[in-house]
Write a protein that binds this ligand. Structure first.
Ligand code: GAP
Length: 454
């Protein structure tokens, strides 16, 4: 876990991620995204949107609300089924997820098993409380993960509603609006990015599992006989996405869910997993939700959420394939995969974040060699800033400025020195190789276009 600790420390030191409500002693497992973290998160999200929504003719976007009519969650099955088995230690009051405790200690998957059976497995295997070491558990009980809140000005009359645990339902309830207002034809997908909230029993591992997080979801509607073909395409496209943002392929694997592990809405789910410092963990799920959601909303709302084939006039409820990414989890993956501590030939150490240039929060840092060159160097900065994410850095010795930019993962540093006044060129230093070359200022835009724009 040393890597995780190093990344958490760097995130705070360099303004990627801060503990939430820090000056009030924090609020457990909440995190705020600082200047570089918010930019990095936005860059991942923008690249996702460009790849899957803007660049594809079969995709459209949506931005639906976090607060929805509570009937949505009855129809979707979340009120009845979106629960984890919670168990309390009677000795020290430690609260754990019984299924996770069993899985961690025995490797057995108990998803879908009755509470008594899980309890017996815990007791038979003598799975003691991780906090106090005693074997004195309450019977596991289903704990619904949806956050409740109230809508309305007068508290006594307020209506109980939920914070959405997934963005997906916003897409299903807008299915008819989308069909009526756009010219989409099957197969087509709807993408959306937004916050999800889950009252997780055991959040942790930094931003891996939090109660408030961001998701990037696609509901891809197909005819039932097209499911297999498009499911495989989405598994491949999902993996390609992570490789494109710089995650090493050898740190990724695809794992299919066992039948008893499936969510209440799914008939087939594949997880894309990443090798986190604490082991393989889910990065993204790709599920075949069948016609479950649309059919449930038809039943509960009475709305006609069907599709009419424009050629055959056949009317039916499409099936849906759902690739669902955790944006904040993707960000953690990018941070972990980019982190490196290097020993340089002169014995000095440097920490470097090898972000892919297209998502790096800062793409080019411009330095004047001394303060006397500020004005001229700033002209270079102003010119590059129109096209790339740039930072102007004047503080400290050049070596120190390089170290700082390496830690925030800036792919290129440009130094304006006294020779620049004579030869119209600047020194460009590459973050990864640390090689330096002189580039004419008038050629800089083209030079960086070839290095930074894909
Ligand atoms: N609509 C499908 C759905 O919600 P999920 O597997 O429960 O599926 C999708 O969630 C993705 O959201 C996960 O693969 C993960 O990346 C992310 N995610 C889920 N719970 C999370 C949490 N508590 N904290 C951070 N990310 C989470």
């Amino acid at each position: 876990m040393a890597l995780m600790e190093d990344v958490v420390a760097l995130c705070k030191r360099r303004g990627f991620i801060f503990p939430g409500s820090d000056i009030y002693g924090g609020l457990s497992n909440t995190w705020d995204y600082g200047p570089y973290g918010s930019q990095l998160k936005k860059n991942i999200m923008d690249f996702w949107w460009k790849t899957f929504v803007e660049n594809r003719d079969d995709m459209i976007g949506l931005d639906s609300g976090i607060l929805m009519n509570p009937r949505v969650w009855e129809a979707s099955g979340h009120v009845a089924n979106f629960a984890d088995p919670l168990m309390d230690c009677k000795k020290c009051n430690e609260r754990v997820r019984a299924d996770k405790l069993v899985e961690e200690k025995t490797g057995e998957n108990v998803d879908g098993k009755p509470d008594e059976e899980i309890f017996n497995i815990v007791m038979d295997n003598k799975l003691v409380c991780p906090a106090c070491g005693e074997l004195d558990w309450t019977m596991p009980r289903a704990f619904n993960l949806m956050f409740k809140t109230y809508q309305g000005v007068i508290e006594e009359e307020a209506e109980q509603i939920f914070l959405r645990p997934e963005t997906a339902q916003g897409i299903f309830v807008n299915f008819k609006n989308i069909l009526d207002s756009s010219r989409v034809r099957l197969p087509f997908g709807v993408g959306q990015v937004g916050k999800g909230f889950r009252n997780e029993i055991t959040p942790g591992n930094f931003i891996y599992r939090t109660r408030e997080f961001e998701m990037m979801e696609i509901e891809y509607f197909v005819r039932s006989d097209q499911v297999d073909e498009y499911f495989e395409q989405w598994v491949k496209a999902s993996k390609d996405f992570f490789v494109a943002i710089g995650v090493r392929e050898e740190h990724l694997r695809v794992r299919q869910h066992d039948p008893d592990e499936l969510s209440h809405y799914s008939t087939k789910t594949v997880d894309l997993e990443y090798q986190f410092p604490f082991g393989w963990g889910e990065l993204q799920g790709i599920a075949h939700r069948g016609d479950y959601d649309l059919s449930q909303h038809i039943k509960y709302s009475g709305a006609r959420l069907e599709y009419r084939d424009p050629v055959t006039n056949e009317v039916f409820v499409p099936h849906v394939i759902e690739p669902s990414w955790g944006l904040t989890r993707a960000l953690l993956t990018v941070l972990l995969d980019a982190y490196e501590e290097e020993e340089l030939p002169d014995g000095e150490k440097r920490t470097v974040m090898h972000f892919d240039p297209k998502i790096a929060p800062v793409q080019i840092a411009v330095f004047p060699l001394t303060n006397k060159l500020d004005e001229e160097a700033r002209k270079v900065y102003e010119a590059l800033k129109k096209f790339f994410r740039c930072e102007f850095d004047t503080s400290g010795a050049i070596g120190k400025r390089y170290r700082r930019q390496d830690e925030i993962g800036t792919p290129f540093c440009v130094t304006f020195d006294f020779d620049s006044l004579e030869d119209g060129a600047v020194t460009v230093r590459d973050r990864d190789s640390m090689e330096q070359e002189r580039v004419k200022m008038k050629e800089l835009e083209e030079y960086f276009n070839s290095k930074l724009v894909h």
